[in-house]
Design a protein around this ligand. Structure first.
Ligand code: FES
Length: 108
């Protein structure tokens, strides 16, 4: 019988997350999250700096954190190129980092 995995540990929060309101799935793993935080803060709480994959297959990290640079585009609930820094988490959200339809097999 398969055991449920413990949530990933958020080791890089500036202020420790005292109460998780929900869990989200990040690259197939469960992570605790709080209402009102962005997808990018969840990713950064894990110390993950490689966030997006551009149309040329290059990996990038988030740069501006305010919706301008487009360096944090991730796949959210099956939709590509969503800005992690501008998207609030929702319970059960499915997030994939380093994904890009231009390099995926689902590309036309
Ligand atoms: S980090 Fe620049 S748009 Fe998200």
């Amino acid at each position: 019988m398969m055991q449920p995995q413990d949530p990933l540990r958020r080791k890089f929060d500036i202020q420790p997350l005292t109460q998780a309101d929900m869990t989200v799935r990040l690259d197939g793993r469960t992570v605790n999250a709080a209402q009102g935080e962005t997808v990018l803060t969840v990713i950064q709480s894990l110390g993950q700096r490689q966030v997006a994959r551009n149309d040329h297959g290059r990996i990038s990290g988030a740069y501006c954190g305010m919706g301008v640079c487009q360096c944090c585009l991730v796949k959210i609930d099956g939709r590509h190129k969503r800005r992690a820094c501008q998207t609030l988490v929702r319970p059960g959200m499915q997030i994939e980092t380093r994904a890009n339809r231009m390099t995926d097999t689902e590309a036309p």
